[in-house]
Design a binder for this molecule. Structure first.
Ligand code: ME8
Length: 543
């Protein structure tokens, strides 16, 4: 029977502003999306993982001017830093979209002309407040609530301008009803309630063009207006797949299937940009649908995580305490890239509360989960196979059970649990399920004591049986943890005779390790870290 085509899975990160250099926050969202993408590929999905940079807007124009370079030069320079950051953290994105690329700009212009024609974008005068840092319009009420202060602490700016507006009022109730009827659309729950609360206020249209600067996509037919950066940016999720107008963008239809009814469309973002993704974005898709430009369904999930703070303090430019690329590099060099990914993924702010990046916690988690956890179990098992069986994988003599330990059942359940958790975007939970399996192996060794049984030559068949159970269970644990610790996981798989480049959904069934395969022990995957050592030194040059 031919295998059915794999279900698509489309996952995105925000596209990051190029007026700043990448820091731990950007890396975090990227790593979370990367872990889901890696897991879904292993589970047999046809994944498209998108990230990129948001390059237009007043902030970029101003930052460039203050450095005496053009906005495009600034964008080119910082887009390169973001690509470097992706390399550091091991992101497996399928594309990197930049909003200054012609393929994007041409499609954004198609959206503008479509919606101006349909009447959902119209010309009017805006009077109100503007948060320059966030590139966000603020109502009188909100401005008062925030004490006329912008997100970055600076004063809000009073603006009176002729703008194009988006008729959000027309879609307000439809968006609210959608969110009410689809509890998984905005996650986690606390964020969903927040958005629903705001949707209970009176609706208003939103300005979507600017005339007081030029660094943006010109509005077709009225070029003194440039497109508001947020409309430009949100559309990247469609333009990267050629979904607005592939032909105009010199693309073909080969990516269209990534956003269709059979596969999920998932946006990972930080909590501060939830309104744009949970309200403006679905409204924009509805408007495009009403205008007949698209028949796309709304995204399945907008997951808005909370923030990393550092040693108990908010990270900010003023405090100068961002965990920047140089610090990230130092952690990767000292502890490994896997160690950084594991910490961020399992301790990160996926839920509704912020998470603290503290060095002591980092070392504690590293030692507990990786050095004394998976790393120790892996070396215990491979060492014993090398010592007692000359590195030749023993077999389980046809019995994968031992007393209370029914290994196919234990591993099968854990695979199902982890898969369910990942489908629910409980990334940390899914990864911990992998670790739990590895911890079960440790427990099993303590319970059955193969090192004692090996003292009697008659005990060797039983030792072999136990060690087969161990190595096979660790194979599955390593695959479940691979989305977080790809380097160590692949190294371990290679040591036990598994080709890590040929993993597929069938790798997640009992019996993958071949009896007789050559097993090597190699160096410890995660050497123990000294809890008293100071944080890694950051080189002054940075990157
Ligand atoms: O908002 N902790 O770009 P941006 C965790 N261009 N994540 C953090 C973080 C922190 N302390 N700080 C930032 C933009 N992030 C727009 C997006 S999308 C169509 C346009 C992450 O460069 C988090 O994902 O300001 C947040 O949403 C994103 O970086 C903001 O990146």
């Amino acid at each position: 029977m031919p295998t059915p085509p794999a279900t698509p899975y489309y996952i995105t990160t925000p596209i990051y502003y190029v007026n700043d250099q990448p820091h731990i926050g950007h890396c975090y969202t990227t790593i979370v999306a990367d872990a889901v993408a890696r897991f879904m590929r292993l589970a047999g999905h046809d994944v498209f993982f998108l990230t990129g940079t948001d390059e237009h807007g007043q902030k970029v124009e101003k930052s460039a001017a203050s450095r005496g370079i053009t906005p495009q030069e600034l964008a080119d320079e910082n887009a390169r830093h973001f690509v470097t950051a992706l390399g550091y953290v091991g992101a497996t994105n399928d594309d990197f979209i930049r909003t200054t690329e012609p393929r994007h700009e041409k499609q954004v212009q198609r959206v503008l002309s479509t919606l101006i024609e349909s009447g959902d974008f119209y010309l009017d005068t805006f009077e109100g407040w503007y948060d320059e840092g966030q590139e966000e319009y603020v109502t009188e009420n909100q401005a008062r609530e925030r004490d006329f202060t912008a997100f970055n602490g600076k004063p809000l700016v009073k603006a009176t301008e002729e703008n194009y507006f988006f008729r959000l009022t027309k879609y307000w109730d439809r968006v609210r009803e959608w969110i009410e009827a689809h509890p998984e659309f905005v996650q986690p729950d606390a964020r969903r309630n927040e958005v629903l609360g705001r949707l209970r206020d009176e609706s208003r249209d939103v300005p979507i063009s600017r005339t007081n600067f030029t660094w943006g996509i010109p509005v077709p037919g009225n070029e003194k207006h440039v497109t508001y950066v947020w409309i430009d940016a949100l559309l990247n999720y469609m333009t990267a797949l050629g979904l607005v107008d592939a032909e105009a963008a010199d693309m073909d239809a080969s990516r269209h299937h990534y956003w269709n009814a059979s596969g999920p469309v998932v946006h990972f973002i930080g909590k501060e940009i939830l309104w744009f993704h949970a309200v403006i974005w679905p409204a924009l898709i509805m408007a495009l649908r009403d205008a007949g430009r698209t028949d796309l369904h709304l995204p399945d999930a907008v997951y808005a995580h909370s923030f990393w703070i550092r040693e108990g303090q908010k990270m900010s430019k003023t405090l100068g305490n961002f965990i920047d690329l140089a610090t990230i590099e130092a952690y990767c060099e000292n502890f490994s890239r896997d160690a950084l990914r594991w910490f961020l993924l399992t301790q990160g702010p996926l839920g509704a509360t912020d998470a603290d990046f503290s060095h002591s916690r980092f070392v504690e988690v590293y030692n507990a989960d990786l050095a004394n956890g998976f790393g120790n179990a892996a070396s215990r098992v491979t060492n014993m196979i090398v010592k007692y069986f000359d590195g030749q994988c023993p077999d389980d003599r046809g019995d994968p059970t031992n007393g209370d330990y029914n290994w196919p059942e234990i591993t099968g359940k854990m695979i199902a649990t982890a898969t369910g958790q990942m489908e629910q975007l409980d990334v940390a939970g899914a990864l911990r399920s992998g670790l739990e399996l590895s911890n079960r192996v440790d427990q099993y060794i303590n319970d059955t004591k193969p090192f004692k049984l090996a003292k009697d030559p008659d005990g060797m068949p039983e030792v072999g049986r136990i060690l087969y159970h161990c190595v096979e269970t660790l194979r599955i644990a390593a695959i479940l943890m691979l989305p977080a610790i790809p380097d160590a996981s692949q190294e371990f798989l290679t040591r036990i005779g598994i080709d890590p480049t040929s993993l597929s959904s069938s790798s997640l069934t009992w019996g993958g390790v071949q009896p007789g395969a050559a097993i090597t022990k190699g160096e410890g995957l995660f050497p123990r870290a000294d809890v008293d050592a100071p944080p890694p030194e950051v080189s002054a040059s940075g990157s």
